[in-house]
Design a protein. Sequence first.
Length: 310
Amino acid sequence: MDKVVVQNLEANNQRDLSRLITQVENDNVTNNKTLDKLFKKTNQAIRIGITGPPGAGKSSITNELIKYYINSDQKVGVIAIDPTSPFSGGSLLGDRVRMNQYHNDESVFIRSMSTHGHLGGLSRKAQDIGDLLAIAGKDVIIFETVGVGQGEYEIANVADLSVIVLVPEAGDEVQLMKAGLIEIGDIFVVNKSDRKGSEQLTERLKSLVNINRETNRSIFNTIAKEGKGIEELFNGIIKKFTELEDDGNLLQRKIDRYKVRVKNIIQNNLLSEFWTSNKKEKLFQATKSLKDLKKSPNIAAKEIMQAIDL
Ligand SMILES: Nc1nc2c(ncn2[C@@H]2O[C@H](COP(=O)(O)OP(=O)(O)OP(=O)(O)O)[C@@H](O)[C@H]2O)c(=O)[nH]1
Ligand SMILES: [Mg+2]
């Protein structure tokens, strides 16, 4: 590997960082020499997931939080997972906030990843990119993800701590119950507290979040658009990290995440090794016509698995 690249990356060179991120984004399997070599440097960074329904104000909150991190001399990396819909071909909401106000600031690096409707491999890539940001010296890494379906929860698991953002108007019952957001949150934010219904949502949340839980989870009210309530949220996040560290949960989460990553990589590698051109051809030959489909998929799978590659 290019020694200069490593040095540049460690020196927080944004251009090399961008290039490496693009490589990781384009890779089908995890195979990045920079990550292999410098992985031990990734442990210092803290990882925060900010999840919630489309348009809840996740980017607005992230933008505001960044100011507090900069003020306390911390470098921030943001990975915004763009919920581009394959149907609309664009973002879900026209008036979404773009986090580009920091593009001249060396201590902030923001990168969007588009799902293009495919979530497969996304959490692996998001974690790898998070690692690159950590290697480049970011102290805090924020993952912005939309929480609407199961696939997104997998992505929400890339972080050490999850902040769930909810808003009064979007039908709180649906938001809260259907998607199971309650389960994955460590901290809850009722954003758009300037709007009608925010007090009811806060009350409802209070009664829901601490049921069946030993640890207390906090709820914050914010008006991100005006920067209100963000300082409290910022301090709440610090407090939560300290708690997680003290009770050993932070370490446990890191261990669990690491294990899942190792397993996923093994699974991916085995699969890509398995599908040789010979086996792909066998599957093609075995499924050419309706008459071929009389065989059960189980038998067809066994035959392909037993095929010998020359
Ligand atoms: N009234 C009000 N509007 C807000 C508040 N916070 C954000 N908004 C607005 O809500 C809209 C969506 O905000 P974003 O920060 O882009 O929300 P998001 O959750 O990142 O959206 P996606 O990334 O598209 O899912 C923008 O027009 C914001 O200006 C708030 O506290 N009150
Ligand atoms: Mg956003």
